[in-house]
Design a protein around this ligand. Structure first.
Ligand code: GLN
Length: 585
């Protein structure tokens, strides 16, 4: 293109010399037309139209669509593209904020204060790009918006229907992130499994978008290839049926990702390609990996990023720069020594309830060159009689966030043990509030101290409902949510951990440290070392006399990623490692 432009300029100079001036005007016009065309071609090459990748799932749930989407985004980012991932959840709740962890695992919080699906945590951990409210949309939100429009009269007397009104609203939401101009790739994960009644409007929207977006759209379908132990055989039939179901809805997948516990032979991949109308090189396997963070590498080895790019009309050049990622994996693989962290909470039997904390601990340990073993300790089961045996041998403790009375007394017992045994201890949100209550009861001698969440009539409300919460009655999306600034005290442990006095972290709570008690706490040794610069709300407490005893009202686990681990988790992990070394000595 540059050569073409140069050629035109040279031609113009030449013509200007040989022709008389009246000709020259015509020639100049032609020249500028051609020149403009060149420029348009030139910019077209370098500004990629936003490409939309849809990820659907079939056969069973829990196949790891979130991890595959995250891995793909991670690879595209490593190729220099701007990629984001969004999740569409086909349930009626407006957001997962009102769902309990038994229903939905952890509730993740975005910087802009949206209570979101935990897959958004994976998206951020893999891409290092913050998500927002626009990255997670539920059926409930789609209907809410359509119904609001109907009430406003926006539909001008039309009958409002699933098709086209709900599907149009879904399409509008799918395109919203792409239209910001901030992304080259928008990956959309459709929650649930093909065949679910609830997913139908979403899949219909995808079908329509395939037509509208033409080459800017790629469909990736994730299915399961089971292994029948008795027959010693992998079975492709569920995949064939799942793709057929998708085809019946008018969607032909471009790429198939097959979840499996055993290697799928290439002959079987060819067979699947043939039956499912997919090109043979677009069938990729996703075998069980020792760590989710290896999946991007495994996907790249099978060229998933290149296949998707080609289907989207982009010829891949070079290799993705995965050097920092691979360095992390190398640290992970070379770690031999294990640090044991106790996680005290009431949802410890649920695999996904503390996902972001688990991952933050893992990332921090990896950066410290260690393996981490998390001992899940059920707070409801902790008593003064068994606390020593339950916590025995751990190198550090995390007291988990949470809501309500259940299991709270066990947290106090655990905290008293941690504090009096000078164990590195990290209290997060409710965990921090429990640190404050335990200190009030056992150090300040305020025997009935409590949070008004647990005991509304407590005489010592050291944790109290925030003023702005007092007039709130609706439960959905009304907590103090999202990122807020926090000023740290110079010389505090927390300030040295962050290496800064001004930080910003994400929140999800209604109750706060009651500042009326602040002086009494500080005089007795628990310092309020972080506060909101606008309201003075206490965000961090620490006991400087102890090894590492810090509680944060915010959730640092939401912002810890593979390439940028949380400084506070790192510092906590270092302290746990030092404590372990000391014990050995
Ligand atoms: N239940 C407490 C509050 O609302 C803590 C919340 C949490 O741990 N996320 O303030």
């Amino acid at each position: 293109v540059k050569e073409q432009i140069l050629y035109h300029i040279q031609a113009l100079i030449f013509l200007a010399k040989v022709l008389n001036s009246s000709h020259f005007i015509d020639v100049t016009c032609t020249f500028f037309c051609n020149f403009a065309t060149c420029l348009i071609n030139y910019t077209n090459i370098f500004s990629v139209e936003t490409k939309y990748i849809f990820v659907t799932g079939g056969v069973v749930s829990s196949l790891g669509k979130g991890i595959i989407s995250s891995s793909l985004a991670c690879l595209l980012k490593a190729r220099g593209y701007r990629a984001t991932i969004q999740k569409f959840d086909p349930y009626i709740n407006i957001d997962p904020g009102t769902l309990n962890p038994y229903e939905h695992g952890e509730c993740y919080v975005t910087v802009d204060g949206h209570e979101a699906d935990l897959d958004l945590g994976h998206y951020e951990r893999f891409t290092n790009v913050p998500t927002t409210r626009a990255n997670n949309v539920t059926t409930g939100r789609i209907y809410q918006s359509v119904i609001e429009k109907e009430r406003r009269g926006d539909y001008l007397g039309k009958t409002v229907q699933i098709i086209p009104h709900i599907t149009d609203e879904i399409k509008r939401n799918v395109m919203a992130l792409g239209k910001t101009g901030n992304f080259d790739f928008v990956i959309t994960e459709i929650g649930g499994v093909v065949g679910d009644i609830e997913s139908l409007p979403f899949l219909e929207a995808v079908r329509q978008l395939r037509w509208e977006l033409e080459d800017d759209c790629v469909c990736v379908h994730l299915t399961y290839v089971p292994y029948i132990q008795a027959a010693k055989e992998l079975k492709t039939k569920p995949t064939q049926h799942s793709v057929k179901q998708l085809q019946q809805l008018g969607i032909q997948p471009d790429v198939l990702v097959l979840r499996t516990e055993h290697d799928i032979p290439s002959t079987m991949k060819k067979k699947i390609a043939q039956f499912c109308n997919v090109s043979p090189d677009a069938v990729v396997q996703s075998a069980d990996a020792p760590s989710i963070y290896k999946v991007p590498v495994l996907m790249h080895r099978q060229h998933l990023d290149e296949i998707v790019m080609r289907k989207a009309g982009i010829e891949p050049s070079g290799e993705p720069d995965m050097s920092a990622w691979n360095e992390f994996l190398a640290r992970m693989d070379s770690a031999t020594d294990t640090v044991t962290i106790g996680l005290v909470g009431k949802y410890v039997e649920l695999q996904d309830a503390y996902k972001s904390i688990d991952e933050s601990l893992f990332q921090a340990a990896t950066y410290c060159g260690k393996k981490v073993s998390i001992r899940y300790i059920h707070s409801e089961k902790i008593t003064p009689g068994n606390v020593a045996s339950l916590l025995e041998g751990i190198d550090g403790a995390v007291i988990a966030p949470g809501f309500g009375q259940r299991g709270i007394e066990g947290k106090f017992v655990a905290l008293e043990w941690c504090r009096t045994h000078d164990l590195p201890t990290f209290g997060i949100c409710l965990g921090m509030q429990c640190m404050v209550i335990e200190f009030a009861r056992n150090v300040l001698g305020l025997k009935d101290a409590n949070s008004t969440e647990m005991a509304p009539n407590t005489p010592h409300n050291v944790i109290d409902l925030m003023e702005e919460q007092k007039s709130i009655h609706n439960m959905g999306g009304t907590m103090r949510l999202g990122a807020y600034g926090c000023t740290l005290r110079q010389g505090s442990r927390v300030a040295s951990a962050y290496g800064s006095l001004d930080i910003s972290e994400r929140h999800r709570h209604r109750f706060e440290f009651n500042s009326d008690y602040r002086t009494r706490f500080e005089e007795a040794g628990m310092q309020c070392v972080g506060e909101n610069p606008d309201t003075g709300l206490v965000e961090v407490v620490e006991i400087p006399q102890l090894r590492w005893y810090i509680g944060t009202q915010y959730h640092p686990e939401y912002s810890s990623t593979v390439l940028s681990p949380s400084p506070l988790f790192l510092d906590f992990m270092k302290s746990a490692i030092a404590y372990k070394d000391e014990k050995i000595k």
